[in-house]
Ligand binder design. Sequence first.
Ligand code: MG
Ligand code: MG
Length: 293
Amino acid sequence: MNAALDRAIAAYLGLAIGDALGATVEFMTPREIAAQYKVHDTLRGGGWLNLKRGQVTDDTTMALALGDAILAHGRVLALPAAQAFDAWMRAKPVDIGNTVRRGLLRFRETGQTEMLECEHAAGNGAAMRVLPAVLATLNQPEEVVRLACRTQAHITHNNPLSDAGTECLALMVRDAIGGADKVRLLHERAHPLARLHTEFTFRAVRQQANPSGYIADTVVAVFQALFDTDDLETCLVDVVNRGGDADTTGAIAGMLAGALYGLSAIPERWLNALDPAIRKACEEQAEALVRLT
Ligand code: MG
Ligand code: MG
């Protein structure tokens, strides 16, 4: 397997594992997590959704729905993506964000695949599912990647901060799959994002605990965990033990760390505990999406 494919598959598995790991402690505070688990570092299920061990949530299943739509048409198109998300919602997912629900109900009513710009749509729901759009545009110019991100994002989230955060994360994943190291991601992507939108400043902020579903809270927690650690396992354990929207910070951090560190960095115990059908879907989809470009 070539190095880029290895890292693309690792990004998808990292997303799913981060989601499954974080979901156990979603909406808990760091203090509650510490009281219950000391350090939460095992795929054990449970949490407020009462999940099975290794089960994932909307973060992973929306990404897989988007990936299927991209593969069916060979590229990122708004209408098939919106239809795939709508079918996903009809299948009664274990959880769903408010902005996602609002957008998909509007799509059902009007057939519109782009929400109006909205200041209340700065949640992390477009960022958490962006990976298949990145994998489908790996070798394309930056503007094509950004457009693919926005096309899928605006179905439910049309907001400048959501766009900026989502596109930055997407380009970081793309750079890392292409061989960029952490220092390059920091200087060429994370710092410029924070200079452009100060909401994403992550160095002056003390450790972001209880990150909310607000895109800036999510990205700050993920950046701190990613740039202050040197391997996938430590990064994921760091970010999910901050609690809050832990399945989504876990999913996004897992996607980035997987792209950076590759398959060999994913602990066997996590891979083996991940829902086998989800593991297979992530592996197959990553490979098929990369082959598109
Ligand atoms: Mg979730
Ligand atoms: Mg969440």
